[in-house]
Design a protein around this ligand. Structure first.
Ligand SMILES: NC(=O)c1ccc[n+]([C@@H]2O[C@H](COP(=O)([O-])OP(=O)(O)OC[C@H]3O[C@@H](n4cnc5c(N)ncnc54)[C@H](OP(=O)(O)O)[C@@H]3O)[C@@H](O)[C@H]2O)c1
Length: 181
């Protein structure tokens, strides 16, 4: 496995993506419900730090701001921005470095996994560094305004795929783990 960064944690990008690459619409998820998806998201990301862009933060329902039991890091270049529960960071690099340095003003904890949870711009910046992708591949096309960045599948090994089916047996989406080769 190639490691494209010097941090001592595993950097994992987690996203739900439709067949036409859509991840969002009107600053919301472009689907109502995907069986098991939120549970899987919570199980994988808890209790690790999650890093997200400001739009994604603002798209979270009030009750999930911050996402519980996780260090919520929110990227913004707006120094005046304030939002309780969010650790604001001016860049992805500074967010990752403060986790690596166990910044005592944040938690002082050593983390072995860090999750990038969107949106498009943050995925795009983090993808070249990521060690693992945890994707929910949604088997349909939907309209949207936010897209997952293009990625070269040849650089990744598919390590695991779980097909999720409705009660009637229709395979609506897969939970897929990719590891960088
Ligand atoms: N399907 C999924 O798995 C998934 C996951 C997450 C989000 N989404 C969807 O994606 C959409 C939101 O994504 P988005 O691309 O519009 O926005 P986003 O990436 O969540 O947020 C963009 C904002 O984050 C800040 N930012 C981003 N990169 C930064 C950097 N390197 N340094 C400093 N600040 C940075 C900037 O904030 P300032 O303007 O404040 O400087 C920027 O305007 C929504 O529709 C959401 O539902 C989908």
């Amino acid at each position: 496995m190639t490691k494209n960064h010097d941090y001592n944690f595993e950097l994992i990008l987690i996203a739900g993506v439709t067949q036409n690459g859509v991840i969002g619409k009107d600053n919301q998820l472009p689907w109502k419900k995907l069986k098991g998806d939120l549970t899987r998201f919570a199980e994988l990301t808890t209790p690790h730090p999650v890093i997200m862009g400001r739009n994604t933060w603002e798209s979270l329902p009030e009750d999930y701001q911050p996402l519980p039991d996780r260090l919520n890091m929110v990227l913004t270049r707006n120094e005046a921005y304030e939002s309780p529960g969010a650790y604001l960071m001016p860049s992805l690099e500074e967010a990752l470095e403060s986790i690596e340095a166990r910044d005592p003003f944040i938690t002082g904890i050593k983390y072995d996994q860090v999750f990038i949870i969107g949106g498009a711009r943050v995925y795009e910046e983090a993808l070249p560094l990521a060690d693992r992708l945890e994707l929910t591949e949604v088997h349909r096309e939907v309209e949207g305004d936010t897209f997952f960045p293009g990625w070269d599948r040849k650089l990744w090994n598919e390590e695991n795929r779980v097909q999720v089916k409705t009660r009637k047996g229709k395979n609506t989406h897969d939970f897929v783990t990719y590891i960088r080769k």
